[in-house]
Design a protein around this ligand. Structure first.
Ligand SMILES: C[S@@+](CC[C@H](N)C(=O)[O-])C[C@H]1O[C@@H](n2cnc3c(N)ncnc32)[C@H](O)[C@@H]1O
Length: 208
């Protein structure tokens, strides 16, 4: 696993900078712009230095965020304060974190959670289990480039988002979007250029 603490420590928080840009993921914003998506609570898994969590909180959503890196979480708290919002931030390893019994959220975000596939799928399952009826599961991450192609993101394939893995373990959720394709990313100095990504928008059915 990467040493996320030293990477975030190097990035610092000067002039409002964040490791992956000051704006939230574009896909997250697209999903929130849908008229049928209006979460009052959200769980951001692997929120890093908080570009997504802070933005969601600024939309009036009560946000809980989890990340392994205490340095990133400190930076995120700094940005939350600067934005005048409060986010419940938890430093924990998603390899074994579970929410308190009975806690639920209206939306769960798994944006660029760069960790081993088994940990990412576990986190996805934990998040899905914590969704309220009708709740939204949103994910985006770098996907394998495909034969002969190139893409941005980690070289280690275990760290990339594989659509099939998610869809296999989240069969109890309805699939609204499951997209794999190329996008142009312009998010900070580290996410810039053409990338092959996987995007998922799933919904927990309203009924039992
Ligand atoms: C590429 S960064 C993305 C951060 C944020 N989601 C964003 O889009 O800006 C990946 C994040 O995953 C977190 N991470 C990696 N492995 C983790 C784990 N096992 N448990 C919790 N967080 C983890 C890292 O600390 C880092 O903040």
């Amino acid at each position: 696993m990467k040493d996320w603490n030293s990477r975030y420590a190097k990035a610092g928080t000067d002039a409002g900078t964040r490791m992956f840009g000051t704006q939230p993921c574009e896909y997250l914003r697209e999903v929130l712009a849908r008229t049928d998506v209006a979460p009052r609570t959200a769980l951001c898994l692997g929120d890093g230095d908080g570009r997504n969590g802070t933005w969601l909180a600024a939309q009036g959503i009560a946000v809980t965020a989890v990340d392994l890196s205490d340095v990133a979480t400190d930076h995120a708290r700094h940005h939350d304060a600067a934005a005048g919002v409060t986010v419940e931030r938890i430093v924990a390893d998603l390899a074994d974190w579970t929410p308190d019994a009975g806690r639920t959220w209206d939306a769960v975000f798994l944006m660029y959670l760069q960790c081993e596939n088994a940990v990412r799928l576990r986190a996805a399952r934990v998040g899905a289990d914590a969704l309220t009826p009708g709740g939204w599961f949103v994910a985006e991450g770098f996907a394998p480039a495909g034969a002969g192609g190139t893409s941005m993101g980690p070289d280690n394939p275990d760290l990339l988002y594989e659509m099939t893995g998610f869809l296999d373990i989240l069969q109890d959720l309805d699939v609204l979007e499951a997209l794999k394709g190329r996008i142009r990313v312009n998010e900070g100095t580290r996410h810039r250029g053409e990338a092959r990504v996987a995007r998922l928008l799933l919904r927990r059915p309203e009924g039992p």
